[in-house]
Structure formats: structure tokens, C-alpha cells
Ligand binder design. Structure first.
Ligand SMILES: Cc1ncc(CO)c(N)n1
Length: 228
């Protein structure tokens, strides 16, 4: 059985929980307040800088040229396809790239990227691919689910977001990430697969926390006036 089929019964309810989250629902019906979306946009930009590093780590740890090419392609996709969407949205809000890069990562954002990077550094390519899988898989799932809502793709606020994550380029990026994970996991013992599943599920839980953090527009909710 392929790794992604083995874990599917565990990730499906998790992916579905994002679709039920008010942030994601609000993008689907266009009702999401723009201030909350801006919080996602700025937090996600600095998230993607760290996420891109995973592909760079994978490129370095690759055990074949083909694998090296697959990670390098993913790195290019994040830096130049996905981040272009953010840059375009920002321009439409009058925000510059410098504004985006000046964003301080929230507690959840920093915890999430730190966890992914430490798992990727601590193991071989199997850890790298497990750590990056939930991101592309869940966004692809969300993009395609929202695209099926009548009128959502044409929405003037979030239509281009949905077009990007439901589109061919991102679908390919995710298909490649899933195929690579499956190839790497082939022939591994159950206890190793369980460890990899744990990484995918934990990053999946962080995905939920990330949507929640954006919905609440929270940064560091530690009770000090001026921080939230
Ligand atoms: C938090 C987060 N997860 C996944 C993706 C998709 O790459 C993204 N842009 N942001």
C-alpha cells in the first residue's frame, strides 16, 4: 500500500476540519473579512520563506539525481509560483515586499516552521518529505474543494487564491510531493511509517492552528498589553 493511502483515513478528517473552519469557509463564500485575510497573507509570506528551506534541505539530502531534481523543482515552485501570488495580492493592498518581509512570525507560525525544520534536519529525505507533505496536500485539497463552490473561482476577493491552489501548477507541485513521499516510503517497516505518519499529522494539526491564528489575527497571545 502507498504511504498516502495508508495515512488517508487519518488525514481526511483533518483536511475536512479545515473546510469547516470559518476562515476557509469565508474564503469559499467571499465573506471573510479582508483584515483577517491580510493577516494570513503577511504571516504566510514569512512562513513560505522557511517552508522553501525544506526543499533546499531535501535537495541537499537527496539520494539520487532524480530526487534532487524533484526537490529543486519544489523549491522553484514555492519561491516563484506560490510566492508570486502573495506578492500580487500585496500589491493590490498597497503593501510592498519589504512590508511582507518585515512581518514578525506569530507564535504558531514560528512553532510550526521550527518543528518542520527540526524534523527535516534530524532525519533523512523521508523526514523532509513527511514534514512538507501536509502543507501542499491540504492546500490542494482546500483549493479544489473551494473551486467546486459555484461562483467561488470568480469571487473578486478570494477567486485568485482559489484559482492558484486549485490550478494546474499547484496541483502538479502537490502530486510531485505525494509521489516522492510514496517512493521514499516504499519498503519501510511499519514502525518507520508510523513515525513518518506522526510528522504528517503533527504538521496537519499545525495547519489547523495556523487557520485559527489568522482568523483570530493573533501574534503572541501571552497577555502583555500591546501583544495579542
Ligand atoms: C501555512 C501554509 N501551509 C501550506 C501552504 C501551501 O504551501 C501555505 N502556503 N501555507
Amino acid at each position: 500500500m502507498q504511504f498516502t493511502d495508508r495515512i488517508w483515513p487519518k488525514v481526511k478528517p483533518l483536511w475536512e476540519s479545515y473546510l469547516a473552519h470559518p476562515f476557509v469557509k469565508g474564503m469559499g463564500d467571499g465573506s471573510l473579512p479582508i483584515e483577517k485575510f491580510k493577516h494570513w497573507l503577511t504571516q504566510d509570506y514569512v512562513y513560505l520563506v522557511e517552508y522553501a528551506r525544506l526543499f533546499a534541505i531535501g535537495t541537499e539530502k537527496a539520494t539520487s539525481l532524480e530526487m534532487m531534481q524533484a526537490y529543486a523543482k519544489g523549491l522553484d515552485g514555492v519561491l516563484f509560483v506560490e510566492m508570486n501570488l502573495h506578492r500580487e495580492y500585496c500589491a493590490s493592498f498597497g503593501l510592498s515586499e519589504a512590508d511582507l518581509l518585515a512581518t514578525q512570525p506569530s507564535a504558531v507560525n514560528l512553532a510550526y516552521t521550527s518543528y518542520m525544520l527540526s524534523q527535516a534536519q534530524a532525519g533523512g529525505v523521508e523526514n523532509v518529505s513527511a514534514a512538507l507533505l501536509a502543507c501542499s496536500w491540504s492546500y490542494s485539497y482546500i483549493g479544489r474543494a473551494l473551486a467546486a463552490i459555484p461562483g467561488a473561482l470568480e469571487g473578486d476577493k478570494y477567486g485568485s487564491w482559489i484559482q492558484m491552489y486549485a490550478g494546474d501548477d499547484f496541483t502538479q507541485l502537490n502530486d510531485d510531493a505525494m509521489a516522492l513521499m510514496n517512493r521514499i516510503a516504499e519498503g519501510k517497516a511499519d514502525y518507520e511509517l508510523d513515525q513518518l505518519e506522526d510528522i504528517v499529522l503533527k504538521t496537519g494539526y499545525f495547519e489547523y492552528l495556523f487557520w485559527d491564528m489568522c482568523w483570530n489575527q493573533s501574534t503572541w497571545p501571552v497577555g502583555i498589553p500591546g501583544l495579542n
